[in-house]
Design a protein around this ligand. Structure first.
Ligand SMILES: Nc1nc2c(ncn2[C@@H]2O[C@H](COP(=O)(O)OP(=O)(O)OP(=O)(O)O)[C@@H](O)[C@H]2O)c(=O)[nH]1
Ligand SMILES: [Mg+2]
Length: 330
């Protein structure tokens, strides 16, 4: 996860059973331990793999004197760095503003509380201006997004009028969506083991038994995506989720526990986006990297019936997948 930030060198990991401590998220003993460690190293960031409140971030930054990045920030940053299309950029800016707003509000409160009487409350004024500026920018971005959504709807309706069936590839980030997309459509879109390699939807056509079908490759899911981010990316996914078939990709080479967590988080997102269950086809991918026995056990535990097992790398199961798509769309 942290690798997705790029140039990060992790010098030390600390563990804490739960982050429910009021002041810092971490317990004060742990903060003391971190502070002692920081006296001897030149670290410039603390990364916390959990959600923290703005107040906890503020307190921890104040105590340690260095930047604190929580899980939400960690998810946002790679999106920010990799976004290429203008719509993805707008969506990320929107998610960023939604992340900032409560923090700016919290800082106003903290500044007011810390300001000595008679100082004129300039801190409050500055933060207030920032708050209003963020609100104004949010309005502007929402307008632009609505504009591009209108254009996309038009395009989508045209496709439906042309009666081309649509199949969408969805799944956890790095589950192999783009690799399968490339194989079926003979494209060469970028794939990699990094998280969030794909940030916006691409649709191309492919043919099964003379029938032209549209295939969409989409942005990957991740556990614990904050609701405001789900909303920000909803428009990217929305169109794809109106497809006739939704192929939900699962990386079969993951350990069973991980598969379960990822599977349920994907199902939850799909449910939140009101996807019709009947349309979902579960595809276990990367079978060349896994054992059939393990996969069968996982399928039993998850009560998944009629999955399709494939490997775009070795070609295993691809003709069965094509057959199954073709049967479903007639
Ligand atoms: N061994 C093996 N590796 C695979 C297979 N399919 C994909 N991979 C690898 O898994 C990694 C992720 O693949 P992608 O296709 O980029 O995954 P994705 O789901 O599009 O990921 P995001 O765009 O980040 O959501 C890459 O390193 C692929 O080479 C497969 O069938 N077998
Ligand atoms: Mg991809």
């Amino acid at each position: 996860m942290v690798e997705s930030l790029g140039n990060v060198n992790i010098v030390r990991s600390f563990t804490q059973k739960n982050l429910r401590h009021h002041q810092y998220g971490l317990g004060s003993g742990k903060v003391e331990e971190i502070n002692q460690f920081l006296q001897h190293t030149k670290s410039d960031q603390i990364i916390v793999d959990e959600h923290m409140t703005p107040k906890q971030i503020y307190n921890l930054e104040k105590s340690t004197g260095i930047k604190v990045i929580d899980r939400e920030r960690l998810i946002l940053d790679p999106f920010y760095i990799r976004s290429t299309t203008s719509e993805a950029k707008l969506q990320i800016q929107l998610a960023e503003i939604k992340y900032e707003l409560p923090r700016v509000k919290e800082n106003t409160k903290l500044l007011v509380a810390n300001e000595r009487p008679g100082k004129g409350g300039s801190g409050e004024y500055i933060v207030d201006v920032k708050f209003r500026d963020l609100k104004r920018r949010m309005g502007f971005i929402l307008e632009k997004l609505a504009d591009s959504r209108r254009k996309r709807d038009l395009y989508h309706n045209q496709r439906i009028e042309n009666k081309m069936p649509i199949v969408s590839l969805v799944g956890y980030t790095s589950s192999g969506k783009t690799t399968l997309f490339n194989l079926l459509t003979m494209e060469s879109r970028k794939t990699s083991e990094n998280l969030f390699t794909t940030l916006s939807t691409t649709t191309r056509s492919f043919v099964i038994n003379g029938q032209k079908i549209l295939l969409s490759d989409t942005v990957g899911f991740i556990r614990g995506l904050p609701t405001y981010m789900i909303e920000a990316f909803k428009s990217t996914l929305e169109e794809s989720l109106q497809a006739d078939i939704i192929l939900l990709l699962i990386d079969s080479s993951d350990p069973v526990d991980k598969i379960k967590i990822k599977y349920y988080s994907c199902i939850n997102v799909l449910q939140e986006l009101n996807v019709d269950k009947e349309k979902i086809v579960i595809v276990f991918s990367k079978i060349d990297k896994a054992e059939f026995d393990d996969v069968n056990r996982t399928l039993k535990e998850l009560k998944i019936e009629h999955p399709i097992i494939v490997s775009p790398k070795s070609g295993y199961g691809i003709s069965k997948l094509r057959k199954s798509i073709s049967q479903k769309i007639v």
